[in-house]
Design a protein around this ligand. Structure first.
Ligand SMILES: [Zn+2]
Length: 296
């Protein structure tokens, strides 16, 4: 089992350091859209898809002008998940499964680039996004990105044995059992994290359950004012979101050795785990290297 973190297009939110705690020389900060590519013996599984080729080619027809103005994504094709999968030497058609934390446009934009993949997510997430209930829902959940919706497999929250005290869906159809969907409701009604068992322990993609690495600080959890505002603006169930953040800190406190937690949009988490600048795509690898690895 090998894992690769990909930043599938950075966004540049208004607010500079008030957002990312870091960018003092511009009114726009920097956030990642982190995806995780998992290579198992039998298949490739992509966890979240970031923004995709369609978004790069025609942002205004797919994304809302509200979020385009607020976040100003850096539309570089080489950063899309599909191009980074190719840079790693894989054939994108070998991505047979996509596990989706939620349907926000900056997580679901690359779905269309993998039309043959089965997509796995919580039922509540699909149903709520499809309902397009409020103005903000219609800006964040973009049906323009969902050409593959007939391939989506949906699951109920409590479908499996618990994982470190969290509910978990362990039986994702066709997906190796080392990959679990862990409901973390709050940011959206069907938001989930994804846990991946690797040789060195669990890697836990908590997606948008928190936005700033210091929210997982055990002594003094804190967040930038901009990201606090953004999370409050976007959340669907605040009480559940804050409760889940507390549970994530507990998980970190009690199982630091076994579980590595990261979130989707924090450049610090991304660089700490990958050791490379967040603005860089994965280093280029030859396809022979990748196929010989997969044959081992
Ligand atoms: Zn997000």
């Amino acid at each position: 089992m090998r894992t690769h973190l990909l930043n599938s297009i950075s966004t540049c939110p208004l607010g500079g350091a008030l957002m990312d705690g870091n960018t003092y020389d511009s009114i726009r900060g920097r956030l990642t859209c982190t995806c995780l590519l998992v290579e198992t013996d039998s298949t490739l599984v992509l966890i979240d898809t970031g923004l995709g080729l369609g978004d790069v080619a025609a942002p205004h027809s797919r994304l809302s002008s509200f979020f385009l103005r607020l976040l100003e994504p850096e539309f570089r094709e080489e950063m899309t998940a599909i191009r980074q999968v190719e840079r790693l030497g894989y054939d994108p058609r070998d991505v047979e499964h996509i596990v989706l934390t939620h349907l926000d446009f900056d997580h679901a934009g690359g779905l269309d680039d993998f039309p043959h993949a089965a997509v796995h997510l919580l039922r509540t997430e699909r149903d709520y996004a499809l309902a397009q209930k409020t103005w903000l829902d219609r800006q964040r959940f973009r049906p323009q990105q969902w050409s593959t919706r007939n391939n989506w497999q949906v699951y109920s929250s409590g479908d499996g044995e618990a994982w470190y005290g969290f509910e978990a869906v362990r039986d994702l159809k066709g997906v190796p059992p080392e990959i679990l969907l862990v409901p973390l409701i709050g940011h959206t009604f069907g938001h989930a994290g994804v846990a991946v068992r690797t040789e060195s322990g669990w890697l836990f993609n908590a997606a948008d359950a928190y936005f700033y690495h210091a929210e997982m600080n055990l002594e003094r959890p804190h967040c930038t004012p901009g990201l606090r505002f953004y999370q409050n603006m976007m959340d669907k169930d605040r009480e559940a979101r804050l409760w889940n953040q507390e549970r994530l800190r507990q998980l970190r406190r009690d199982h630091r050795e076994d579980v590595e937690i990261f979130c989707s949009h924090d450049t610090h988490d991304f660089e700490r785990l990958t050791g490379r600048p967040f603005a860089d795509p994965v280093p280029l690898q030859s396809s022979t290297e990748s196929s010989s690895r997969r044959a081992q």
